[in-house]
Design a binder for this molecule. Structure first.
Ligand SMILES: Cc1ncc(COP(=O)(O)OP(=O)(O)O)c(N)n1
Ligand SMILES: Cc1nc(C(=O)O)sc1CCOP(=O)(O)O
Ligand SMILES: [Mg+2]
Length: 217
């Protein structure tokens, strides 16, 4: 079965998975992104613009993709597999209501497909069966980035990583201060928004703090 490692998003140990803030000015954000990626290891960037028109997403992708590629960071688009394919992204991340997962798998071929599985073993098994490259569990902690409904526990990560080879992503309120148990439970990637983009000393400090915490776990 295809997996994220075979597409160049290697999880060799736990790695950082960055997600953009929901609204950005692409030209200004490009500099913040470059600073963040200069600061340390990042596996991928997910462009997650909420309530944005396709044209705006395309403009943002054009601004940010070259920065990712210059740093050997995979570029993943949220919510829309067709647009991800059309824009030449490395892959797409789909939630449970973001369209036809099987159609997306077929369309994206060897590109990355990640699927939100909330706190559900059943959804994760389904995602694995259809060929997802990673499954995402969350929310592990309270978050100000998004209104969340589901709460995931450490036991889910332990179970998945013991039973399955498909990489898993942990998301939701993750910070340098609280990520240790997630890493030790087997998370392959920690997906973060606020811990990096809202870090009081800037995004580079956020990446350094997250990577130091991952290494110390
Ligand atoms: C890595 C990762 N995990 C989960 C999500 C959430 O996706 P979804 O449930 O579709 O919610 P939105 O992000 O679209 O609001 C994600 N984006 N990335
Ligand atoms: C986009 C998203 N999805 C979640 C889920 O639980 O599926 S939590 C979340 C927000 C993640 O942002 P932060 O790192 O700032 O908490
Ligand atoms: Mg979505």
């Amino acid at each position: 079965m295809a997996n994220a490692a075979s597409h160049g998003v290697s999880s060799a140990g736990c790695r950082l998975y960055l997600i953009t803030p929901p609204r950005i000015d692409p030209a200004a954000f490009r500099d913040h992104l470059a600073a963040a990626l200069d600061a340390g290891d990042v596996a991928c960037l997910q462009l997650r613009l909420k309530d944005a028109a396709a044209d705006d997403i395309e403009r943002a992708a054009e601004a940010l993709m070259p920065v990712c590629y210059a740093h050997d960071v995979a570029f993943i688009l949220n919510d829309d597999a067709k647009l991800a394919h059309a824009l030449g992204c490395d892959g797409a991340h789909l939630g449970q209501t973001d369209g036809d997962h099987e159609g997306a798998r077929a369309l994206l071929k060897d590109s990355i497909l990640g699927i939100t599985c909330h706190a559900s073993r059943h959804l994760a098994m389904e995602a694995g069966e259809l060929g997802a490259d990673y499954v995402a569990f969350g929310a592990f902690f309270p978050t100000e980035t998004k209104d969340t409904v589901h709460t995931a526990g450490i036991d889910l990560l332990e179970w998945w990583s013991e039973m399955m080879e498909i990489p898993c992503v942990a998301i939701g309120g993750i910070t340098a201060a609280n990520c240790g148990p997630l890493v030790r439970a087997g998370a392959d990637f920690l997906a973060v928004v606020g811990a990096v983009w809202n870090h009081p000393d800037g995004p580079a400090a956020g990446v350094r703090a997250m990577n130091a915490a991952i290494a110390a776990a």
